[in-house]
Design a protein around this ligand. Structure first.
Ligand code: TMP
Length: 237
């Protein structure tokens, strides 16, 4: 299997074609960005840690019967994945109130809620990934109601599996963002990454922030927090 041309470069990852048209290589960079690209930095070693965390999580989800685009690790920064047509939507899951929901609705961060909140955002940097609902998504031709039902059904399972995985290492999964894509035979599969870049993770005892909010909010020790998440995942029972 050979790496071919770069066909997509995002804020934290580069994606390459391979000589197998059904497979891509995902390269995890050290770049971090926040507030829709206004704040940028390089966090040395972040790409390596996020590749490893995403690998552990996708492997754990596979054990729980949840398929993702992950095929295998290639080296410390590169992962082999299935080539999908990415659906240009982000699904945000909230188990505890934080971030944009806290600001938008003026609710104290850390407020617990009786049910899980599922949000849809348009994957569009120029518009700042605006919130939309399922009817907008269908009207805009981005997806169908049937595919949305499938994505949300998988999302419920993913949230349950991730909450269990993190609870086991004394971490509260506050919220996270996932993306889905379609295989050429029409199957919807979890894509992208799941890492402290795309989740809010708080130590369940101390409430210490162990995710990208350390970068967004200038809390310092960003890489140490990511490393701690990785170490806890590696040492889980
Ligand atoms: P938010 O509170 O800013 O809406 O973010 C909710 C969660 O989703 C948080 O864990 C960060 C993650 N997220 C991304 O990873 N990328 C995105 O583009 C957005 C909007 C959220």
């Amino acid at each position: 299997m050979q790496q071919l041309d770069l066909f997509y470069e995002g804020k934290a990852k580069k994606i390459y074609h391979t000589d197998d048209p059904d497979l891509i290589i995902i390269h995890f960079k050290d770049d971090a960005s926040a507030f829709n690209g206004i704040k940028k930095a390089k966090i040395k070693g972040k790409g390596i840690i996020n590749n490893e965390i995403t690998t552990i999580i996708f492997q754990d989800l596979a054990k729980e019967g949840i398929e993702s685009h992950f095929v295998k690790g290639l080296n410390e920064r590169d992962m082999l994945a299935k080539k999908l047509d990415i659906i240009p939507l982000e699904i945000v899951v909230r188990n505890v109130i934080s971030g944009s929901m806290s600001k938008r609705l003026n609710i104290k961060e850390g407020t617990t809620i009786p049910n899980t909140i599922y949000e849809l955002c348009l994957k569009n940097d120029k518009l700042g990934d605006p919130l939309l609902n399922r009817h907008h998504a269908v009207a805009l031709g981005l997806t169908t109601y049937e595919d949305l039902d499938e994505m949300f059904a998988q999302t419920v399972k993913i949230n349950n599996a991730l909450k269990k995985l993190f609870a086991n290492i004394n971490i509260t999964l506050v919220d996270f963002k996932i993306e889905f894509g379609k295989t050429k035979d029409g199957k919807i599969i979890l894509a992208d990454e799941i890492s402290p870049d795309s989740c809010r993770l708080w130590d369940s005892t101390t409430k210490e922030i162990l995710d990208k909010d350390r970068f967004r909010r200038d809390l310092g020790d960003v890489i140490q927090a990511y490393q701690q998440v990785l170490e806890r995942l590696k040492n889980r029972k």
